[in-house]
Design a binder for this molecule. Structure first.
Ligand code: CTP
Length: 421
């Protein structure tokens, strides 16, 4: 792909150098277009050396190539990182005082902004209106990370990690996995095997009925697409889904929780990452009738006895930890395990408290916490998640990410890639 990497004027500009490296190592052709202000943080020499292309901030260099039109026109993808409040405002209002803003006006392919600024600037209604306007026009504006900012303050406003921006950019470009293999193994998950479960299990009551759930499998499919785009080999274990499994993944179809368990234990063997995004039925009918359950003339209605299904996520963690102990292996050998938690909260406890408790109980390395309700999350294209990890400071703000399922997938895969690194 031809990528334009726009760099705005902020301290986090240095992280764009790592992002540039991820793109070039994945075989992409990157032209860096910094703003004048950003050169106070990272200079032209760095960008020229890392990208292998001349770098300028102005429309008056290389005029014979009509640079200010050509760059945006030819780009398959434009990524702006860090995107300052000023750059977002200029992009939203179509101003074009320099080469980067001209390029943004010319771009016809996907555009991804990774904002970085102080919390107050991000929360300001002007910035939020600009972000909403850019999103309404189809641009991807990532939610900033939450954490320590330039000064002693912390909050939302941090530039997201290079791996997360990389994954979001590839998801936006919907780069086919075939393209990654053409350029050889590349991307932050190159050479890694990622196992993903997705969809909702169905527990048969009789040959025509089942106990099921509302999971659409969209989040699992988006995770698989993003992992493939990041260079991973993907083993995809699909329970019932409303969307097709992504091409390029090695898919195993399952129906029940017990089938899902067997498939996951097998697939997790030798894997680097396991992501349990499937909605697993906690209970199954104690016995499924071989014949259709009929209404009875004596008026007696059936009572369905349920038994508990195994906790697959917990089992995966226990098995990995046992192997670590048995082999005397390094503490981080075996797969990195990611779980999901769907919580509604109730009178007794809030969503976050249930999430923290679930992380302890499951023992996984990352828990992606979703607030659910009848109209929230299931089947919806947009959602909000919190990322919980063991040993987090309970007083610190919890990293939160709102966006489409593709953006959430990019956030998860980016975190996974960073943890493996
Ligand atoms: N999960 C699993 N096996 C089960 C149930 C859940 O592997 N039998 C996994 C899910 O795939 C998810 C995580 O565990 O990654 C949490 O699922 P959730 O339904 O939120 O939690 P439960 O374990 O069912 O806990 P509870 O019903 O008490 O909320």
């Amino acid at each position: 792909m031809r990528i334009v990497l726009g760099v705005g004027g902020g301290i986090a500009a240095y992280k764009a150098a790592l992002l540039l490296r991820l793109f070039t190592e994945a075989g992409h052709d990157v032209t860096v277009v910094p703003t004048e202000a950003s050169l106070r943080f990272v200079g032209v020499a760095t960008w020229e050396a890392l990208s292998g292309h001349p770098v300028t901030t102005t429309v008056f260099d290389a005029v014979e190539t009509v640079n200010h039109v050509r760059l945006g026109h030819e780009a398959d993808l434009v990524v702006v990182a860090p995107a300052t409040a000023d750059l977002l405002a200029k992009a939203a209002t179509g101003q074009a005082p320099d080469l980067l803003t001209n390029t943004l006006l010319m771009a016809r392919g996907p555009v991804v902004f990774a904002p970085a600024m102080h919390t107050e600037m991000w929360a300001h209604p002007a910035t939020q209106a600009n972000v909403a306007l850019l999103r309404s026009r189809g641009a991807v504006v990532m939610e900033p990370g939450v954490g320590r900012l330039t000064g002693p303050d912390s909050g939302p406003g941090r530039l997201r990690e290079p791996e997360e921006i990389f994954a979001a950019a590839l998801a936006a470009a919907r780069q086919e996995p075939a393209a990654a293999s053409e350029t050889g193994p590349a991307g932050p998950l190159a050479g890694r095997t990622v196992v993903i479960s997705a969809g909702g299990t169905r527990e048969p009551l009789d040959p025509v009925r089942f106990l099921g759930n509302r999971s659409s499998g969209k989040q699992g499919a988006a995770l698989a697409e993003t992992a493939l785009a990041a260079g991973a080999q993907v083993r995809f274990v699909a329970a019932h889904m409303d969307v097709p499994p992504p091409p390029g993944a090695e898919t195993t179809r399952v129906e029940t929780a017990l089938e899902l368990r067997d498939a996951m234990l097998k697939a997790a063997d030798g894997a680097d990452v396991v992501i349990m995004s499937a909605a697993v039925a906690d209970f199954r009918p104690a016995a499924a009738s071989d014949t259709k359950i009929k209404k009875r003339d004596d008026g007696q209605d059936p009572v369905i006895e349920l038994v508990r299904n195994p906790d697959i996520l917990r089992e995966l963690v226990v098995r990995r930890d046992e192997q670590r102990r048995a082999d005397g292996a390094l503490p981080d050998s075996g797969p990195l395990i990611v779980g999901f938690a769907a919580e509604t909260g109730d009178a007794g406890s809030d969503v976050l408290a249930y999430g923290r408790h679930k992380l302890d109980r499951k023992g996984c390395d990352l828990l992606v916490l979703n607030r659910v309700g009848r109209n929230l999350v299931f089947g919806q294209d947009s959602t909000e998640v919190m990322f919980l990890t063991p040993g987090m400071d309970p007083a610190a703000p919890v990293p939160t990410l709102a966006g489409t399922k593709a953006e959430i997938a990019a956030g998860i895969i980016g975190r996974v890639a960073a943890a493996l690194r």
